[in-house]
Ligand binder design. Structure first.
Ligand SMILES: [Zn+2]
Length: 393
């Protein structure tokens, strides 16, 4: 009997050129978050051509889509991202995420059709990862209600690795309002809003020492006044804070608000605290899906390594709370060890022959995991049990 791996390889070879062409086209035409029209249309056209049932402008988002093949359950969802970064184009390599999503989706569709397998494969186009995190809007609109697991893979400057735990993140804009006055002639008439921001940073720094190692807080001053001879009547700070635990993230919010209120009290200013949506939840990857990925990545010669949790954040974190999910990483920098993600050098790597090769291997691995999930009760059970355990359900 022909081995599954050979069947998958032969299948992928049939449309590898089509996918690589699309990935290069997205790379050559970078589009910013929520403006990814061409990237969205190219994927939609290709999936329609492969007899997927496609919904455009999914859940009311202009550059989102949902493409499904089959019906009922299990329903395996592969997520695609395709937004670029300002100035450096595909410096996060999201063109390759789209490639993996399409490759995996089509391989699984072909396997399902040939073997008359029960269930569904869904390729979901999720816009604006770099900016606003549209996965959260999609989740809130019910996009994952019918989905059983989510698989995705992201290019990396690190070794190929498992889906890592990621930090949840919140963003706040803090503005203080005082009263302007001539800083030399009549300072006693002024109420200094910049002083409130400075005291707020001091309060945050005093708090920092008592924060667990896994938390982060970082801020910038966006508006600190107009000129030294005017007491600033308005000042604005922008803060992010992060934690690996949702409960702790929420508790940070209360302490942070108190620091802002304290700074206002000390300076007689008024404070406005604006929570910016979307908060990203911490990422809680599924161990069973991770183990399957790492085993297969080893077999495919990708030299994977289990890496420590990432302190960065992603809107994929929210996905892990909805269903068992995996956001694996595949290396595309090879022996160029100095290249870091979000740089123009990484942009170049994202269209290299090595990146195409790694993208192909990753698509095959993800489709093999999908096939296991469709056909093995035992695997499905283990994946679900791990999800229940991780989220204390
Ligand atoms: Zn990215």
């Amino acid at each position: 009997m022909e081995k599954l791996r050979d069947i998958i390889s032969n299948s992928y070879n049939g449309y590898l050129k089509e996918i690589e062409h699309l990935v290069q086209k997205i790379h050559g035409t970078p589009e910013l978050s929520e403006q990814e029209t061409l990237a969205c249309n190219l994927q939609v056209a290709l999936l329609e051509n492969w007899q997927f049932d496609v919904e455009k402008k999914y859940k009311g988002l202009d550059t989102a889509f949902n493409a499904a093949f089959g019906e009922g359950h299990p329903n395996i969802c592969i997520m695609s991202e395709y937004d670029a970064l300002p100035g450096i184009g595909h410096g996060c390599g999201h063109n390759l995420i789209a490639g993996v999503a399409l490759g995996t989706g089509i391989i699984l569709k072909e396997l399902m059709a040939k073997n008359h397998l029960k269930g569904r494969v869904t390729v979901m186009g999720t816009p604006a990862e770099e900016k606003r995190g549209c996965k959260i809007d999609l989740i809130q609109a019910g996009a994952l209600d019918e989905v059983d697991i989510v698989l995705m893979a992201h290019p990396s400057d690190h070794p190929t690795s498992q889906s890592m735990e990621t930090a949840g993140i919140m963003q706040f804009l803090i503005s203080f309002t005082g009263r302007s006055a001539h800083a030399a002639a009549a300072p006693e008439k002024g109420v200094n809003a910049l002083d409130a921001v400075r005291l707020m940073f001091n309060g945050v720094d005093a708090w920092r020492q008592q924060l667990p190692e896994t938390s982060r807080i970082h801020g910038v001053i966006k508006d600190g006044g107009k000129a030294p001879n005017i007491i600033p009547d308005y000042a604005l700070a922008d803060f992010y804070f992060r934690s690996f635990e949702m409960d702790f993230l929420l508790s940070m919010k209360e302490r942070f608000k108190n620091i802002a209120r304290g700074a206002a009290l000390m300076t007689d200013t008024t404070v406005t605290i604006e929570e910016i949506k979307n908060t990203y939840k911490p990422g809680k990857p599924n161990l069973e899906l991770n183990k399957a990925f790492m085993k297969l990545a080893e077999e495919y010669g990708m030299e994977p390594e289990w890496l420590a949790p990432s302190r960065a954040s992603s809107d994929f974190g929210d996905v892990t709370y909805e269903v068992p999910a995996m956001h694996a990483y595949f290396n595309i920098t090879g022996d160029k060890k100095d290249i870091v993600i979000h740089s123009s050098e990484f942009t170049q790597c994202a269209s290299s022959p090595f990146a195409m090769e790694q993208m192909g291997k990753t698509s095959k691995i993800l489709s093999q995991i999908g096939y296991m999930y469709l056909t093995q009760n035992d695997f499905r059970k283990k994946v679900q049990e791990d999800w229940n355990k991780t989220l204390n359900i």
